[in-house]
Design a protein around this ligand. Structure first.
Ligand code: ATP
Ligand code: MG
Length: 472
């Protein structure tokens, strides 16, 4: 009898426990419901008469793609930079389209299209030089996805992202709230997610979701944050900014070819100087150009050269002139090159072989962070080697150097070095005079085939083109 109450007690305890478990289960269900909600950012719809995008701002080819998808019964919206930049009154670099059609369905709708990408499958619809990128709405990956559709690395990096979803889910997969703005071709409204509309008005760059998770999924987003902040002159919101210096080392996991593509985008949008400063401030530059960062920290001449390079690049781009990436890469790596060449010379090597050996070393080390393709590294070496030749020769018999295909770039490089404080004994002025005396000998620049940016191009008069030397 004495035991009875205990038994009852323990029975009641078991019931209680079961009840608690049931409650917990319900709680968990609610929680996962809430988690799911987190994947659904609040949506603001801005009707056509309350925003500044009109079809006149959109390229004809992008409109063609939007209309054909829409007429075939799919959703079709402009997204990303095309919407963001137009709303800011800027000229978008390109137009990206989002749709509920699968890449294969898009591909079958456009004869002029090709499927690209594995990590992130897309369709490129090609109209001559213009490419319209069409992406199918992405959903957040779940445990049920096969590794073929979605895969995440040990440290949370997204290796594949091919799980399709709806527009709301797609918005959550995008990086910044100002990049989750959609322009709907069906009714010309703008759909803004996750506070993107307010952020745009307040010039604020904010990652969607938890910043650390988002950077871990794709560390390149840290570089994109700097690029957009500099290009658009936006503030990086505190939570988005805070983890960057700590997480910067994650960039080491990114294939060097992808980092190189990002480097071109970082420095060729017209705000390279701000970009360089921000990249250094956030500790990212050291992962793109480790040897250069070392020199910039220690040597004011190197810093002046890097900043002048960026300043000059910005001036050219804003004036609608072309920029040759090999020129700014040659100048970013100049300080490490000189330093290494001096080490070889100190060991008794003559200047020319020392420079060549230093170029080998600097380029091969650089390639570990950002892979510089040969079409850039070859002219970079030429510019470097020409520095020795231009500084040595002082007689007027050296006129033939003026006809060298890389003369103009090498001469500009001399001026840049002088502008940055190197004492070169007036060789810039010497070569300026020699060119003025022999205007017919000087080759026109720059050589478009040798890695011009895909930024604005300067048209060369046709008569020059026939004389243009082919260097490859
Ligand atoms: P711009 O074309 O001017 O460089 P953008 O914002 O259009 O800027 P894109 O690289 O063309 O940038 O990408 C188009 C859109 O795709 C972005 O606006 C963003 O919504 C999404 N996106 C691109 N890269 C990422 C990424 N790494 N993580 C998440 N979303 C991304
Ligand atoms: Mg774009």
């Amino acid at each position: 009898m004495k035991r009875q109450p205990n038994l009852i007690k323990s029975l009641t305890n078991t019931e209680k426990l079961a009840k608690t478990v049931r409650k917990l289960g319900a709680g968990l269900k609610r929680l996962s419901g809430r988690e799911k909600d987190q994947h659904q950012a609040p949506l603001t719809v801005i009707p056509r008469d309350q925003h500044s995008i009109s079809r006149r701002n959109i390229s004809d080819n992008a409109l063609k793609v939007l209309y054909r998808l829409n007429n075939a019964g799919y959703q079709a919206l402009l997204v990303g930079g095309g919407v963001r930049d137009t709303l800011l009154g800027l000229n978008p670099k390109d137009f990206d389209v989002a749709t509920d059609a699968t890449p294969e369905q898009v591909n079958s709708l456009f004869r002029n299209s090709r499927l690209i990408g594995r990590r992130f499958k897309l369709v490129h619809v090609v109209f001559g030089r213009e490419i319209i990128e069409v992406a199918t709405f992405r959903a957040p990956p779940t445990d049920d996805n096969s590794p073929k559709e979605a895969a995440t690395g040990d440290q949370g990096m997204i290796l594949r992202d091919n799980v399709y979803g709806n527009k709301d889910e797609d918005a959550m997969r995008r990086d910044f709230s100002i990049n989750a703005l959609y322009y709907d071709i069906a009714d010309f409204s703008v759909h803004a997610y996750a506070g993107g509309w307010d952020d745009l008005q307040n010039r604020r760059l904010r990652l969607i979701g938890d910043p650390e998770t988002r950077y871990r999924e794709d560390p390149v987003r840290m570089l994109r944050a700097i690029r957009f902040a500099a290009k658009l002159d936006f503030n990086i919101e505190a939570h988005t900014a805070e983890p960057i210096p700590l997480m910067a080392p994650l960039l080491e996991q990114i294939p060097s070819a992808r980092l190189f593509e990002e480097v071109l985008k970082l420095f060729l949008h017209g705000q390279a100087l701000d970009t360089l400063r921000l990249l250094r401030e956030y500790g990212l530059f050291a992962y793109l150009f480790p040897a250069t960062e070392q020199c910039l920290k220690e040597d004011p001449l190197a810093l002046a050269m890097a900043e002048n390079t960026m300043r000059n690049t910005d001036v050219r781009i804003r004036a609608g002139k072309s920029v040759t990436p090999y020129f700014f890469l040659a100048s970013l790596l100049w300080a490490p090159l000189v330093r290494t060449a001096q080490e070889f010379e100190a060991r008794g090597m003559a200047p020319h072989p020392a420079l060549q050996k230093a170029a080998d070393r600097v380029l091969s080390q650089q390639t570990k962070s950002t892979a510089i393709p040969k079409r850039f590294s070859i002219p970079m070496r030429e510019i470097w080697e020409m520095q020795l030749r231009l500084s040595r020769v002082r007689s007027r018999k050296t006129q033939e150097l003026l006809t060298h295909p890389r003369f103009r770039a090498a001469y500009d490089f001399v001026l840049l070095r002088e502008q940055s404080g190197e004492q070169l004994d007036g060789i810039g002025a010497f070569w300026t005079r020699l060119q003025e005396e022999n205007p017919d000998l000087v080759q026109s620049r720059p050589l478009r085939e040798d890695g011009d940016s895909d930024g604005p191009k300067r048209r060369r008069p046709a008569r020059n083109r026939s004389r243009r030397p082919r260097s490859r």
